[in-house]
Ligand binder design. Structure first.
Ligand code: GCU
Length: 138
């Protein structure tokens, strides 16, 4: 299936705000996590079939320190302390990916800040698409 992009500003956010004051985001803005552990954005996505897929988070981190997040799918830990490292500026956006198994139908994908500094600024979550290291189809 073609990758689907889910904007963070449309996610359910706990302890964060939607902002648009740093350029380069897609959609209409991004989620600025509060600088606390436990802040999260939760995406509701639909999968046609159960199975493994790639979760790619687009983010900015203008600090010099990692802002790791736990990634949970339907409540189960899919990635422990996924790294959201420095991107160089709040207007410079990069991606962090992991693989996870989705259920057929509706899935809740939650990215929760682990550190007291909170999460990065989160632009979007893309479901599917190439896994790092895989060979693209000809
Ligand atoms: C700055 C920046 C915010 C960012 C925040 C942070 O205030 O402008 O966009 O979210 O730092 O450290 O989380």
């Amino acid at each position: 299936a073609a990758p689907t992009v889910h904007q963070a500003e449309a996610a359910t956010v706990s302890q964060g705000v939607v902002e648009s004051n740093h350029a380069g985001f897609t959609g209409t803005g991004f989620v600025n996590y509060h600088n606390v552990s436990g802040s999260y954005a939760e995406f509701t996505v639909t999968a046609a079939a159960a199975g493994p897929t790639t979760l790619t988070f687009r983010f900015a981190n203008g600090t010099t320190a990692n802002r790791p997040m736990d990634i949970r799918v339907n409540g189960a830990l899919a990635a422990d302390d996924l790294a959201f490292g420095p991107t160089g500026a709040w207007s410079t956006w990069k991606t962090a990916s992991t693989t996870a198994t989705l259920a057929a139908g509706t899935n809740r994908i939650r990215a929760t800040a682990v550190a007291a500094t909170g999460g990065p600024n989160l632009d979007s979550l893309t479901i599917g698409g190439p896994t790092a290291g895989s060979t693209p189809a000809a």
